[in-house]
Design a protein around this ligand. Structure first.
Ligand SMILES: Nc1nc2c(ncn2[C@@H]2O[C@H](COP(=O)(O)OP(=O)(O)OP(=O)(O)O)[C@@H](O)[C@H]2O)c(=O)[nH]1
Ligand SMILES: [Mg+2]
Length: 688
């Protein structure tokens, strides 16, 4: 691939609800521009973008793909993203480096949750947006209805820049309001506007002219004077307007049917900003904050927005050059990790293919293979400059499953593999939970977890079994109690003897205390360590329900020893058993983690969500409604929140979101506690 200067680069993310036709639009653009000779199909698993085996099997995109397309001497770095909400992490990463967003809407379905998410993220990352009302060829497709449905979910002003010629089976192409020409089929050649559309076109054009005039004061004046603008002036004005105001140009297409491809590309040529037109980027250095300007001559700073781990291909690191140039065969400094990396070859990826280049200019997107320490979110720079670029916030994964390795071989590589997967995907996390002795995998939803587990199998031959995660309950006592236990084994051989009398009592703020309160030397003090050890071991395993004991004080106040048969192990056993007896007698109860939950849903769903939280033993602590969205803050037991991701999605048609963090431990109500204990007893019986 030839070299492209900053001015000729356009970084454009494609985002939308799943199934709006992003992957197929790119497939058609690739073919239209001559980059491919055949148009792949989702159904055949032959598209350039969905090249991963799992994507082909599921027939949806799961990972972002970078697809550079050269058109009219410009290099369009398109990033196709998955629309399915479990994979929103990929959208965040792509938006972080894009300079414009192409948001697709299925003209039959109209605005969907994914449309809202895409619009919001683009707004958050402050990149100009374009809307394509796509699949105009489908039965029941309606440009007007789809447009209205999107207007209802955004404050932005949607301004048609193209109008469809016909709809559904009659969809023939579009009228472009900038050039005032009709473009039939793929739109390569222009024709006259159909006579019956004249009025409609005139009206729409005036709205577009007005929007364009808002881009520059000089244009606004001209517009007031003449009541019109030239095509060049409209382009100039819109180019600015989409960057400084909330104007979104709207197009119509059937991207997967090679309809209106040229008008889309022409609109992007005319309006999509090059990195040079984007605001300066703030970055950190040890000397303080600096601003970067997509300048080849500036200090080297490249942000890593994506990494893929593949044991065969090796690690691929995808970056955007924010300043300076990235050249092959150089050494760079990973400022985030504080380590040097050697860049063997800089590459331009296209789907799964990689093309070597010697240099990438400021603003461009590229990849490099086999870096050793670099992960997503890192900055590559020089040691002298030591620049770091900020990482975006990713949603916290809250859908949890417990995992176990299938075999010994799996066990030995589990932690390394999970770490690599979590490195690739910042919405995937894993941890060992000490309290339940389970390894937990956290993701955005069941599909996300499923894909991660498949990836572990296919790429790393790591086989995992999934289980329901356990709740990390705790056993506490509620009153003081005493018990004595004598451990005695004095038949034949060397005997064992130890007797311990102890008292247990609840502690408020301390987890455990142990004191030797024996008077008169009934037990010599050198056995105390063994007694404590015995007790600590039971505390880990639990007494009544198999959960660790917390907040207990122990006072050993009496006992007996034998001059010959007493030994440490005898006191360890006596201490352990005495503790068990005392705890059982001290009104033991279960404590459970209570989570601080914040649920945000469209206002009409609020009643249902509140009702549901009540059935989950939730305590609502406050609510608030702002611009049609209600936020409910509540304290809810973790035990009741295990599959909340799925429930909330179905209750709100995917429009609800929630956050959850640990609050405190609280006593489990008697009825639930009985169930948990009974369940645990059954488990222990089946384990025996
Ligand atoms: N009728 C019609 N169908 C289309 C068009 N574009 C895509 N499709 C079909 O719609 C389905 C989804 O298309 P994709 O390109 O995979 O959609 P996507 O937006 O990439 O979906 P995700 O990857 O899940 O986010 C496929 O079956 C396509 O063949 C179109 O212009 N017209
Ligand atoms: Mg796709």
């Amino acid at each position: 691939m030839k070299e492209f200067s900053t001015a000729s680069i356009r970084n454009i993310v494609l985002a939308s609800h799943s199934n709006s036709g992003k992957t197929m639009l790119l497939e058609n653009i690739l073919n239209f521009t001559g980059a491919t000779t055949r148009i792949g199909k989702i159904e055949d698993g032959t598209t350039t973008s969905d090249w991963d085996e799992e994507e082909q099997k599921r027939q949806i995109s799961l990972f972002s793909s970078l697809i550079p397309i050269v058109y009219k001497d410009l290099k369009f770095n398109f990033i196709d993203t998955p629309g399915y909400s479990d994979f929103v992490g990929e959208v965040v990463s792509a938006m972080r480096v894009a300079d414009a967003a192409l948001i697709l809407v299925d003209s039959v379905a109209g605005a969907e949750v994914g449309t809202e998410v895409a619009l919001q993220y683009a707004e958050k990352f402050e990149i100009p947006r374009f809307l394509i009302l796509n699949k105009m060829d489908r039965d029941n497709a309606s440009f007007a209805k789809a447009l209205k449905s999107v207007e209802e979910i955004t404050d932005a002003r949607l301004i048609p820049m193209q109008l469809p010629i016909g709809e559904k089976a009659d969809f023939k192409g579009v009228v472009d309001l900038l050039t005032m020409k009709a473009y039939l089929g793929d739109g390569k050649t222009a024709s006259e506007i159909p006579a019956e559309m004249q009025d409609e076109v005139e009206e729409a054009r005036m709205i577009l002219v007005e929007a364009a005039a808002e881009g520059e004061d000089a244009l606004l004046e001209k517009y007031f004077e003449n009541g019109d603008l030239t095509t060049e002036e409209m382009i100039q004005g819109l180019h600015k307007a989409i960057q400084v105001s909330n104007i979104i140009p709207v197009m119509a297409a059937a991207g997967g049917r090679m309809m209106a491809i040229a008008p889309i590309m022409e609109a992007l040529v005319a309006l999509a900003p090059s990195p040079l037109e984007r605001p300066a980027v703030k970055a950190n250095t040890p000397k303080g904050e600096i601003e970067l300007h997509y300048d080849d001559k500036g200090p080297l700073a490249a942000y890593v927005w994506k990494t893929t781990a593949d044991p065969f291909v090796g690690r691929q690191t995808f970056f955007k050059v924010y300043s300076g140039v990235m050249s092959s065969d150089t050494r760079v400094w990973n400022a985030t990790k504080g380590e040097e990396e050697r860049l063997a070859g800089v590459q331009v990826p296209s789907g799964k293919d990689m093309n070597a280049v010697s240099v990438l200019h400021a603003g461009d997107l590229g990849a490099v293979a086999k870096l050793s320490v670099t992960t997503t979110g890192d900055t590559l720079t020089t040691k002298e400059q030591n620049i770091t670029l900020p990482m975006p916030e990713y949603p916290t994964p809250l859908y949890r499953v417990a995992i176990t390795p299938r075999t010994q071989a799996d066990a030995s590589k589990m932690s390394q593999t999970l770490s690599r997967l979590a490195e690739e995907d910042l919405t995937l996390k894993w941890e060992m939970e000490a309290a339940t002795r389970q390894t937990l995998l956290f993701g955005m939803g069941d599909q996300h977890i499923d894909v991660a587990v498949k990836r572990a199998e296919q790429k790393f031959q790591l086989f995992l079994d999934l289980h329901e995660p356990k709740v990390p309950y705790e056993e506490h006592i509620t009153k003081e109690s005493s018990a004595t236990y004598r451990h005695k084994k004095q038949t034949g051989g060397s005997g064992q003897f130890g007797e311990v009398a102890l008292k247990v009592f609840p502690l408020e703020d301390e987890d455990f205390s142990f004191s030797n309160d024996v008077f008169g030397g009934a037990i010599s003090s050198n056995y105390m360590a063994s007694i404590e050890k015995g007790i600590r071991n039971v505390m880990k395993e639990g007494v009544v329900a198999g959960f660790p004991v917390h907040n207990v004080g122990v006072s050993v106040y009496d006992g007996k020893e034998h001059p010959v048969d007493s030994k440490p192990v005898a006191f360890e056993i006596a201490g352990r058993e005495a503790f068990k007896l005392a705890v059982k007698d001290a009104n033991p109860v279960l404590y459970e983690p209570i989570m601080r939950v914040s649920v945000t849903v469209p206002e009409p769903n609020m009643g249902d969500v509140m009702g549901d939280l009540n059935t989950r033993r939730g305590r609502v602590e406050g609510m608030d409604t702002d611009r049609g969205r209600s936020t409910i803050n509540a304290m809810v037991p973790l035990a009741e929140m295990m599959r909340y991701t799925t429930t909330l999605r179905s209750m709100t048609g995917g429009r609800g979101q929630f956050t959850m963090e640990f609050g405190h431990y609280e006593m489990v109500p008697h009825m639930q506690a009985q169930e948990i204990i009974a369940q645990r007893q059954r488990e222990m019986q089946s384990e025996d």
